[in-house]
Design a protein around this ligand. Structure first.
Ligand code: GDG
Length: 467
């Protein structure tokens, strides 16, 4: 029999990036990011495996070991990448689950590819999982895997976690294949959401579509109990604090402040360039504050890091154009020689530079129209070890429920957003300290390790050893 594992993580992406060194030699490196830092110790302690796409198209690389994890690449053809990933996942499910802030598109050939690729993930998992193993499936690209896997391997314990919001019934009902998706999720023993509202929406749907009445946090489906609950994800606080204490990074933060205009107060946005993140709303509020002379280009500056994302999807290209036009307009109207009101950075930075930006920012501006959690908000809080700084946070993020001391905003309310930005800039330091101290205490007590542990305990993992 081939190699088998008692713990398997299944996610669309493997936690690696392929680096090519100076001699053209290709090597895998563990990718940065919260989910990877949470799951890596968990997988390593259990000598587990991770199944996912390694990037690229055509034949997948052979399975390999990295930092104590066994990695099993799944291959995607160019057409599957277009239909399963960019189509069904990112142009149907992503907008639909984010309150349809962009119009979801429904195409049967996308859905066919989604089913086919989910089946491939399920089959690979069925091969790799040892008898009675625990399998943890992640996110909206793989919602059919729990049921497909259960069909192949009824002996497994299967957990599923959705990183994005789970929408209200009225929206979900638009999905032509809604019942299939719901039954896909019901293949799991435990379905985790970011917020209790996700689990409530899930139970309303099981009632509406399948006539299943929940009892407490469970429904019985095909004679099996399925539990649905919230497990708010978090960040690697220790990593953030370690970086925040690094003298090089602190020095870099000072240099950034200086380069951005000496005494100007710095407002910062860090987002994937995604229409759910409310970047346009933020820019509009900032432009109006400058136009009304409530803020001056001499006193404040907005830095917006927009990490390139999904640029093959038309809606993302259009968003990029709109954002860049608005940045150009603000800089054209309110800029001076050598002093731009908005610094727009369309690129990805390494963790160190990101941390330096967090340390340099007086106000972190997080204004999504809808966001499952939003880790940037939590990272900013964790990085502010001296309790300075202010967080402006949309009430439509999962994080808002955990960080009531932030300056809460409804990003659709431009006047309210302007008011919150002004307040964040004008609130006396000692009050800001108090707010930040409380937010930091919350994030420190609820870090990503605890999130993973809570989920796996609720799943009733049989080998509960290790982190
Ligand atoms: C999804 C859900 C949920 C950003 N730019 C750079 C960079 N980042 C890092 C941030 C943060 C992560 O990417 C982004 O996480 P978010 O939570 O803010 O947003 P999504 O990417 O939409 O994540 C979200 C999350 O899944 C987890 O469940 O919270 O709601 O949408 O860690 O720091 N990292 C680096 N350079 C960048 O330029 N190195």
């Amino acid at each position: 029999m081939s190699e088998q594992y008692r713990f398997v993580v299944v996610a669309n992406r493997l936690p690696v990036d392929e680096d090519v060194d100076e001699d053209g030699k290709r090597e895998w490196a563990r990718s940065p990011g919260g989910l990877v830092s949470a799951l890596h110790p968990t997988v390593r302690a259990r000598r587990g495996a991770w199944i996912g796409w390694a990037g690229g198209t055509g034949d997948p690389p052979e399975p390999f070991d990295l930092d104590g994890m066994r990695l099993h690449p799944i291959g995607l053809s160019q057409q599957e990448l277009d239909f399963y990933y960019e189509g069904e996942s990112n142009a149907t499910i992503w907008p639909l689950y984010h309150d349809a802030v962009e119009t979801p598109a429904f195409h049967r050939h996308w859905w066919d590819a989604y089913r086919r690729v989910n089946q491939r993930f399920a089959e690979a998992t069925a091969e790799l999982a040892a008898p009675g193993a625990t399998v943890w499936v992640h996110d909206y690209q793989l919602q059919l895997v729990p049921a497909m896997l259960r069909e192949l391997r009824p002996d497994l314990r299967i957990g599923f976690f959705l990183h994005i919001p789970f929408p209200p019934v009225e929206l979900f009902m638009q999905l032509p294949w809604r019942t299939r998706v719901l039954e896909g999720l019901l293949g799991a023993d435990l379905v985790g959401f970011q917020r209790p509202g996700g689990a409530e929406n899930f139970f309303r749907l099981t009632r509406t579509l399948l006539g299943l009445e929940p009892e407490a946090d469970q429904v019985v489906f095909n004679g099996r109990a399925v539990t649905a609950r919230a497990f708010p994800i978090s960040i690697d606080v220790a990593e953030m604090e370690h970086l925040a204490a690094d003298p090089h990074i602190r020095e870099r933060a000072k240099q950034l402040s200086k380069e951005l205009g000496g005494n100007r107060r710095l407002l910062l946005g860090v987002d994937r360039l995604d229409y759910t993140k409310g970047i346009e709303h933020r820019l509009k509020a900032y432009r109006e504050l400058l136009a009304e002379d409530r803020l001056s280009n001499q006193e404040t500056v907005l830095v917006q890091v927009a990490t390139p994302s999904r640029l093959r999807v038309a809606q993302y290209r259009q968003l990029r154009e709109r954002v860049e036009r608005e940045v150009g307009r603000i800089n054209g109207e309110f800029g001076e020689v050598g002093l731009a009101p908005v610094h727009y950075l369309f690129r990805s930075y390494d963790r160190e530079e990101l941390l330096a930006l967090y340390l340099a920012a007086d106000v972190m501006v997080v204004t999504p129209l809808r966001d499952g959690m939003n880790l940037v908000a939590k990272e900013y809080v964790a990085a502010r070890t001296d309790n300075t700084g202010a967080l402006v946070l949309s009430e439509f993020t999962g994080a808002a429920a955990e960080l009531p001391e932030a300056f809460g905003v409804n990003p659709h309310d431009v006047d309210g957003l302007k008011e919150a930005l002004i307040q964040a800039l004008r609130t006396p330091t000692e009050h800001l300290h108090d707010r930040m101290r409380r937010m930091r205490a919350h994030v420190r007590a609820h870090d990503v390790t605890r999130w993973a542990k809570d989920f796996l305990e609720a799943l009733g993992e049989r080998d509960a050893a290790g982190p």
